[in-house]
Design a protein around this ligand. Sequence first.
Ligand code: FE
Length: 332
Amino acid sequence: MRFLLFLCLSVLLVSCSQEKPSDLLTIYTSRQPQLLEPLLEQYKEKTGIEVILLSGKAPQLMERIAVEANATEADIFMTVDAGVLWQAGEKGIFEEINSEILNKNIPEHLRDANGKWFGLSKRARTIVYNSDLVSAKDLTSYEDLAYPKWANRLCLRTSTKVYNRSLIASMIDADGFAATKNVVQGWVNNLATEVFSSDTQVLKAVSAGQCAVTIVNTYYLARLADDPKYSNLKLHWANQGGRGTHVNISGAGVIKYSKNKTEATKLLEWLSSNEAQETYAGANKEYPVMDAIAVGSILKNWGPFKEDLILVEKLGSLQKEAVLLAQEAGYK
Ligand code: FE
C-alpha cells in the first residue's frame, strides 16, 4: 500500500514537472517567423518570458489545436485575415478575453465583440495601376472597375484567396448581394487574362503592361517599391468618396486550453502597445491598429486614407456568401 502511494506520488510529481513553465509561451502561427522573432526577442529581454513559435498553414494549425485540445502547447493562435480569425472563433479554440488594455488600444471594429480575437495590424487592399497606361483621375472605386471602360485592362488574383473573399464580403455588406454580383461579373468581363495565384505576380503583370489595373494588399506593392523596374506601379486609395478603402487585419487570440492565459493575454496587450505596434506593423509594411503610430517612408508617401470601418468580424460571417457570389459570377 505504502509502495502504491509512493508510486502515485511519483506519477504526480512527474506530471507536475512536465507542466509548462510559466515563463514560456507558445504561439501557433501562419505568419512568417522572421516577422515576429525580433519583437519576441525584445519581449524576452523586457519580461524574461520566452516565446516559442510553431509555424504552419492556418487551417491545419486551427485543426491541430482543436484536436490536441487540453494537451495542446498553444497559448496563442496568430494569423492573418479576419475571415480566418472568425473561423477559429467559430471552431471554439479561443478563450474570451476581457482586457481593458486591449479594448482601449484596439479600435472596436478591429476585434471580436466577445474578446475571442484582436486585430494587431491593418492590411489595406486597394487599387494599383500602371501609370504609363492609366491616369489617376480615371480611378475611383472597386465598383468602377466593373465598367466596360476597363475591358481587357483588369488583372485580378484568384477569388479562392481569402483576401478577395473578404473584399467581396465587405462589398456585400455595403452594396448587397445582387449589386455586388453585378460588379464581380463586370470584373470578370474586364479581365485581360486568367486570374493570378499571388498579389506579387499580378503586380508584375500590371507593371509589364499585360494589364493596366489591379487590386492588391499594399504591403506587396511596398516590397517592390525599392526596385526601379516597378516604378510605374502607383497606388490609388479606393472608394475615398464613399465608405473608404477595404481594410483587413492580422491578429491573434488566447487559446481556450492554454495553461497560461494570464501571460498569454499580457503578451497580446504588449503587442497592442505603442512600444510594439510600430515594429509589429512595420515588419511586413502593414499599418498599425492605432492611427497615432508612425509608419515607414513608403507608407508615408502613399498618404493617409479613409478606411472602411466595417466590423471586421463581418468579413468572416459573410465569407460563405462571398464564395457563393464569386462562383455564381464566374470569378475563378
Ligand atoms: Fe499576404
